[in-house]
Design a protein around this ligand. Structure first.
Ligand SMILES: Cc1cc2nc3c(=O)[nH]c(=O)nc-3n(C[C@H](O)[C@H](O)[C@H](O)COP(=O)(O)O)c2cc1C
Ligand code: SF4
Length: 455
């Protein structure tokens, strides 16, 4: 696709300027001066998140070949912990080696569990050293299988529930448009037996995660990875495809099995993609006649079933970073050779905030962690505080903002504002590092470590 750079208006100096921009774009988003509401604790089952701010899972591609956290992984999580957020959602951690998204992705297993235990211990110490003895953030392990984006040895080894004309041609580095066949073939389709065994692998990884000190586990179901794709596998035959009951079987049974084996009190959550923005029948949460519109009927039905199983928190997200990245991660500049967003990024932010709000209002008993705030730069806390005050999210999460500004929460909680010289600027350079197979972090604000990039 031809790359056309757009110069989006970014007027985020103060709330008044922001409201003018919202008015010009016919894109109303609330923002308030007083962010003190973000200091409120949030209860989730037997856990208390000490404030209403979260660090979203942000993969650094800096583990070792055995899946252990490496020196940059330790550095990132100690900085996040010291940064004061009440909830630290640790990045995608593979449950099986063939499901790793890259050879540096974390992978939790019996042989390397001590390294994870050490990292979580060091995180807790860093949080206390920075925020005081009473500060104990909730730390979550995001358990994953990368599905069609599996690259365990650095080359594409897709594992898919069904063929998909939209996503099949887009396996990174295997673009048919460059004269090569897509890596996706019928042989990549996984069997029901594979999925049965994978459920056991999730339960095993969950057991290890609690053992090494995580407070909760996330059965990751978003961004086009395996479980997210299963939710839309309407063309798949057998017990994991076709009907709503079959498509949601995998995730619901994993939750049940974790509770049965480890105890009902164990906090299980999911980062759930609510809207794929990929045409029906391949997309989940999409309007059958117009995939540019969401239809949350099925995601809400799933949420109700999760709530009945005691799931008390959901990390809200949408879309697929390889297919339609501007929808889940509004940016000013795309990665190399990618399309430029056709909509102003603020419209993307509004979509993320409004959909999360719709869910939070309908499920007040579940704490929704909101996503999509990083593009707002120094107004992230002001928009987040308004979202919380208006009942649109109980916890406000930061993804790229945490890479750029790991102590964003501490500044919001102690100074009531963010420093404009430390915020994320939505340049996509961190994503470029990941696409290039390099250790990933903020090229702009953490330049000494992550300074070499190709865009
Ligand atoms: C480099 C990079 C790595 C990411 N890694 C993960 C991940 O491991 N798990 C996940 O659920 N989301 C991941 N995300 C998505 C973010 O958590 C977040 O949803 C997204 O960046 C939008 O939020 P933001 O506007 O606050 O950045 C990643 C995003 C980027 C840019
Ligand atoms: S490189 Fe830094 S400033 Fe650019 S998008 Fe990533 S986190 Fe934000």
């Amino acid at each position: 696709m031809k790359k056309i750079m757009k110069n989006w208006k970014i007027r985020l100096g103060n709330i008044e300027e922001f409201k003018d921009l919202c008015g010009e774009l016919h894109c109303s988003i609330d923002a308030i001066e007083d962010v003190s509401i973000l200091a409120e604790p949030v209860k989730i089952g037997n856990l208390t998140v000490p404030n209403s701010l979260a660090v979203h899972p942000m993969e650094g591609a800096d583990g070792d070949s055995e899946g252990r956290p490496g020196p940059l992984t330790y550095r990132r999580y100690k900085r996040f912990a010291a940064g004061g957020a009440g909830l630290i959602w640790v990045e995608a951690i593979a449950v099986v080696s063939e499901g790793r998204a890259n050879p540096k992705q974390l992978w939790l297993n019996e042989k390397n569990k001590d390294a994870f235990a050490d990292m979580v211990k060091q995180m807790r110490q860093a949080a206390k050293d920075s925020m005081g003895d009473g500060h104990n953030p909730v730390v979550i392990a995001q358990l994953t299988h990368s599905g069609r984006y599996s690259r365990p040895d650095g080359t594409a080894k897709p594992l898919i529930p069904q063929r998909d004309p939209y996503r099949d041609p887009l396996i990174p580095e295997e673009k048919p448009s460059e004269g090569r066949e897509s890596k996706v073939t019928n042989e990549c389709i996984i069997t029901d037996k594979y999925l049965d065994d994978l459920q056991t692998a999730y339960v095993k990884a969950a057991k290890l995660a609690f053992e090494v000190g995580f407070d909760a586990v996330d059965i990751k179901s978003c961004h086009g990875y395996l479980i997210n794709e299963l939710l839309a596998s309407r063309n798949r035959k057998g017990k994991y495809g076709g009907s709503f009951e079959n498509r949601t079987r995998f995730i619901l049974e994993v939750i049940d099995k974790i509770h049965n084996e480890l105890g009902e009190d164990k906090v299980v959550t999911t980062r759930l993609g609510f809207y794929d923005a990929i045409p029906y029948p391949y997309g989940w949460g999409v309007d059958e006649n117009d995939y540019t519109k969401s239809d949350l009927t099925e995601p809400k039905k799933l949420l109700k079933l999760m709530a009945e199983r005691g799931v008390g928190m959901i990390n809200f997200t949408i879309a697929n970073p390889y297919y339609n990245p501007h929808i889940g991660r509004p940016f000013n500049r795309p990665v190399k050779d990618a399309y430029s967003s056709s909509e102003h990024p603020l419209k993307g932010v509004k979509r993320l905030l409004d959909l999360a709000g719709e869910i939070q209002k309908e499920f007040p008993e579940i704490a929704i962690v909101g996503t999509g705030y990083s593009w707002l730069r120094q107004l992230m806390g002001n928009v987040g505080a308004a979202a919380k005050a208006n009942g649109n999210a109980k916890i406000i999460g930061a993804g790229r903002m945490a890479f750029a500004y790991p102590d964003f929460a501490k500044d919001l909680l102690t100074k009531g504002r963010l420093d404009k010289n430390k915020v994320c600027i939505g340049c996509s350079k961190c994503t470029q590092l990941m696409r290039d197979g390099k250790a990933t972090g903020c090229v702009v604000r953490d330049n000494k470590i992550y300074g070499s990039t190709t865009i």
